[in-house]
Design a protein around this ligand. Structure first.
Ligand code: HEC
Ligand code: HEC
Ligand code: HEC
Ligand code: HEC
Ligand code: HEC
Length: 219
């Protein structure tokens, strides 16, 4: 019995040739693909148990980031709010809303709400919120206009280049630390901002050459 038809060899060769063309094509588009939104996840939202809106809570109601992300000034992690933080208001407003049923259930059972993350680094990168906040790097530099997001998304590609571009020249990105949570902070002229940035660099002894070294972020 014949397993391969006489034409099988021809098909096999044609397949090989097609594969080679595909590999070459992938190598060509590879450069663009590496920076595409598919890989960086910029602009993606995720289905959440509760459709929490920063646009409503920050943009419209004006709640400060630190009310919910309580450890952002003191720890490596900003922290996500526990259920009772939501319930300080939602035991009074929107009390019966079906949208908030998972929040009420979480309070009753003690089982924390589970949020799917949108802005996460790979494990091999070390990051620390407190030092950035302390030096006056604003939330908006890395998280964008959170106050305009009905569902949260990643605003910036957290690629190495993003971190290094600032670490090599942080001065223009510094503002008074008490202003870091303001989303629309642009009161200053360019000259004043520049003078402030240079002064802050001296005050904190920030050395761009050191911030560039691998051990800073890969420990
Ligand atoms: C300081 C008070 C306050 C806190 C804290 C708060 N909310 Fe709200 N929330 C409101 C108010 C007021 C509304 C109604 C907004 C409107 O419709 O204008 C609202 C509306 C909502 C809605 C309805 C959809 C929407 O955005 O209008 C959801 C869902 C919600 N909140 C979830 C949460 C969750 C989850 C938490 C905790 C992480 C939370 N809220 C914390 C005050 C608060
Ligand atoms: C009322 C509570 C509340 C306030 C105020 C608040 N947040 Fe949030 N934040 C949340 C909750 C709940 C989540 C998780 C759900 C989500 O991703 O939307 C979250 C998620 C985030 C995330 C996504 C983290 C990740 O990796 O998934 C970022 C970034 C963020 N918040 C930044 C901010 C900034 C910046 C401010 C101030 C401008 C702010 N938040 C104000 C409750 C709050
Ligand atoms: C210099 C960039 C940068 C600044 C400034 C910054 N963040 Fe983040 N943020 C990140 C990165 C990177 C992550 C992901 C960290 C990880 O996965 O290890 C993150 C994660 C988060 C998360 C997810 C939960 C957590 O505990 O990490 C929240 C919430 C958040 N940031 C809020 C804020 C708020 C609020 C501010 C301003 C007070 C702020 N961030 C300032 C870069 C920044
Ligand atoms: C917009 C500017 C800016 C961006 C973006 C930024 N950083 Fe920083 N980073 C700073 C400044 C300013 C300091 C404080 C330097 C100092 O005081 O010596 C700092 C300090 C740090 C430190 C602590 C260094 C030490 O002294 O131990 C780590 C770790 C770090 N950054 C990681 C990151 C990572 C990872 C990213 C990208 C996800 C990032 N940073 C993005 C400005 C930035
Ligand atoms: C300011 C922070 C920072 C510094 C300094 C830094 N890296 Fe990274 N590195 C990152 C981040 C963030 C990523 C994650 C990139 C991603 O997920 O796309 C990364 C990813 C990497 C990767 C994984 C492959 C890749 O490119 O995505 C390698 C390898 C790497 N870094 C090597 C280095 C070396 C070598 C140095 C020193 C010359 C260095 N890094 C300095 C932040 C940093």
């Amino acid at each position: 019995m014949q397993i391969f038809s006489p034409s099988a060899d021809t098909w096999f060769r044609a397949g090989l040739a097609a594969f080679a063309v595909l590999v070459a094509a992938l190598a060509l588009v590879g450069g663009g693909y590496a920076r595409s939104e598919y890989l960086t996840q910029v602009g993606w939202t995720r289905d959440q148990q509760v459709p929490f809106s920063h646009k409503h809570h920050v943009g419209d109601l004006g709640i400060d980031c630190r009310y919910c992300h309580t450890s952002v000034e003191t720890a490596t992690r900003a922290g996500l709010p526990p259920t009772h933080t939501c319930m300080t208001c939602h035991s009074q407003v929107w009390t019966g809303a079906p949208m908030l049923a998972p929040v009420r259930k979480s309070l009753a059972t003690g089982e924390p709400l589970h949020w799917r993350r949108v802005a996460q680094l790979p494990d091999y990168v070390y990051f620390d919120h407190s030092i950035h906040v302390d030096r006056g790097v604003a939330c908006v530099e890395c998280h964008g206009r959170v106050d305009r997001m009905p569902l949260t998304w990643r605003a910036k590609a957290f690629e190495m280049k993003f971190c290094l571009d600032c670490h090599r020249d942080p001065a223009p990105h510094l503002r008074p630390p008490e202003q870091v949570t303001r989303m629309d902070w642009s009161d200053w002229s360019e000259d004043r901002a520049e003078a402030f940035g240079m002064a802050a660099m001296r005050r904190f002894h920030v050395e761009p050459a050191r911030l560039d070294s691998c051990e800073i972020c890969h420990r």
